[in-house]
Write a protein that binds this ligand. Structure first.
Ligand code: ADP
Length: 554
């Protein structure tokens, strides 16, 4: 204590008014000086009365446990012996009997480069800690609520989609069969409204899968031209009915095949192109595809620009369009439908694959969305990935000459069964058997040799994957080699993998429609039926009047 120096009165007063607690010690960790708030905290009435004391003296004054005092003392010794500083949070009872949390910093005190003690500075963080605990609790509650919501939505997926798909498809069939002009027109509106409802429902349900982050990133070979062709097919009815000019320009250096997350890329482009069509009452939508940056022989940047002459977005709103549920034209204006979820999914997907999206817009004139996506170029890349991951693409096709076939339809939902049966009957003649349970399907598969089995994956007694496995393996099955196509409510990678693993040949998402059925028949059922695949020209334009295709967003 021989080095202890009494501070000038003014310096002591300055220290006393600081909103922190400060003390310094000698080499034996005995207090040499402190500010008043520190002394009071330690249980002394004045700075003088705490001088010369050590941690264990204060522990006695304040009733601290030996462990607690050891912890502080050891920290003091560590700082003095090593010359390192140290920061620790302490929660303990102070002189007023209340519990506080302090963030306590300790620094070696050096004179002429020699350690002569330490300086301790503490800040009261009791309130901040309480807030942190409250925040943590609220966050946990919010996460629990969000988890419950996700669970609920996932439970509702099947229950909502099945009847809704049934209504949409059944009304479509009735509309086709109806000959009375007025009734046909009414049915047309019901069909349109239910298709729209299904579209919104699919959007909301898929959105949940997106935000819950359960979608794996899968890089594989894909054709950007095919992705865009499929989107054009979906948008065709709206383009035609609005008399829009929809063009696609491919820059010369676009490779036929690239490697990337096709699912995310196609969802991003589908949303942006659908929006451009939706928000453009007249004029054009122009899609330009370029490869502005080739990093090396295997890496490049794909750029897709979607320009429209639509209603545009106000300048002050453009930065918010990626927010969930953001709709610049709200529902009550009753002009454009949508859930305001598309662009938030776009942003999320683009970020997942390290791409970027930028939007420019002038109100009343039009908008321009620029997507930049890193892709890989395959070493030998003439064909998109085949087999395991291939999904049946929905193509526009007219029913070809009907063949005599035997088809088994396994579907437990009565409405969906009626819809699918009606649709199927338009594409073949022969025998159509139906089963609502897995065991019925199996029994039939042992009795009749079918040309095609359409298998719902969710059945009341088992699932379609198990039934397929048994039909494929059983010695008494007459359908070990028959084409089996899965019918599912949603097109997740997981479902696709499961179908392939179970031995199914393909995968269709419900609701079924003419195109999907015809496409499956053309793909698997023989010989004369060949899809005349249109060659992709560098510039594609849709203006001709054609019948409506029902597509889904998201
Ligand atoms: P929605 O389902 O409402 O289309 P999105 O998230 O896809 O939701 O878009 C959010 C909002 O951004 C839209 O409601 C619309 O107001 C605006 N928007 C998006 N694209 C365009 C566009 N091409 N032209 C004008 N407004 C657009």
């Amino acid at each position: 204590m021989e080095d202890a120096v009494k501070l000038p009165k003014k310096v002591q007063e300055i220290l006393d008014v600081l909103p922190i607690h400060i003390y310094w010690t000698d080499k034996e960790t005995r207090i040499e000086g402190a500010n008043l708030s520190q002394a009071i905290n330690f249980g002394d009435e004045s700075v003088e009365s705490c001088i010369g004391k050590q941690t264990y003296d204060f522990a006695k004054q304040l009733g601290w446990s030996k462990d607690f005092a050891d912890k502080i003392h050891n920290e003091h010794v560590y700082v003095i012996q090593t010359g390192n500083s140290s920061t620790t949070e302490y929660t303990g009872v102070l002189a007023d009997g209340k519990e506080y949390t302090y963030l306590s910093h300790k620094y070696p005190l050096k004179v002429g480069g020699k350690i002569v003690g330490l300086v301790g500075v503490s800040v009261d963080i009791t309130e901040r800690k309480k807030m942190e605990v409250e925040l943590k609790k609220s966050k946990e509650k919010a996460e629990e609520a969000s988890q419950l919501k996700s669970q609920f939505i996932s439970d509702m997926k099947h229950d909502l989609r099945t009847p809704c798909s049934g209504i949409a498809a059944m009304t479509g069939i009735l509309e086709k069969q109806e000959t009375d002009k007025e009734k046909k027109e009414s049915l047309h509106y019901v069909a349109k409204a239910s298709a729209r409802l299904l579209d919104i429902l699919n959007g909301i349900l898929s959105f949940d899968q997106t935000v819950s982050g359960t979608l794996p990133i899968i890089d594989k070979k894909f054709s950007i031209k095919k992705v865009i062709d499929d989107i054009l097919a979906i948008e065709k009815p709206s383009v035609i009915s609005k008399k829009l000019k929809l063009t696609v320009d491919y820059n010369d250096n676009i490779p036929e095949i690239m490697i990337g997350d096709e699912h995310r890329i196609s969802r991003v482009l589908l949303n942006i192109i659908s929006n451009a069509v939706k928000f453009t009452p007249k004029g054009y939508v122009k899609v330009s595809v370029a490869l502005p940056k080739v990093i090396d022989s295997q890496h490049a940047v794909l750029q897709v620009i979607v320009e429209d002459t639509g209603i545009g977005i106000p300048e002050d709103k453009i930065k918010n369009i990626y927010e969930r549920f953001m709709r610049v034209t709200p529902a009550n204006k009753n002009q454009y439908d949508g859930a305001g979820l598309g662009l938030s999914v776009v942003k999320r997907f683009i970020e997942d694959i390290n791409g970027e999206i930028d939007a420019e817009s002038t109100l009343g004139k039009g908008s321009k969305f620029i997507c930049t996506i890193p892709v890989k170029i395959p070493l030998i890349g003439d064909k998109p990935a085949k087999g395991k991951k291939e999904i049946a693409a929905v193509k526009k096709s007219k029913p070809t000459t009907k063949q005599k076939l035997k088809i088994l339809l396994v579907e437990d939902d009565t409405l969906a069964q009626v819809v699918a049966s009606n649709l199927l009957k338009e594409h073949f003649f022969g025998q159509l058997d139906t089963a609502s349970l897995g065991k019925e399907a199996e029994k039939l598969a042992y009795q009749v040799k079918y040309n095609l089995i359409l298998m719902d994956v969710g059945l009341p007694d088992t699932n379609g994957y198990e039934v397929t496995k048994r039909i494929r393996r059983s010695g008494s099955s007459k359908n070990r080699k028959t084409t089996i196509v899965a019918l599912t409510a949603h097109d997740s990678e997981e479902e696709k993998e499961k179908s392939v693993d179970a031995g199914m040949n393909d995968f269709l998402t419900k609701p079924l429609n003419d195109e999907k059925i015809e496409q499956i028949l053309q793909k698997f059922l023989p010989k004369k039926r060949k899809i005349t695949k249109k060659a992709t020209t560098p510039k594609k334009e849709i203006t001709s009047k054609e019948s409506e295709l029902k597509g889904k967003r998201l």
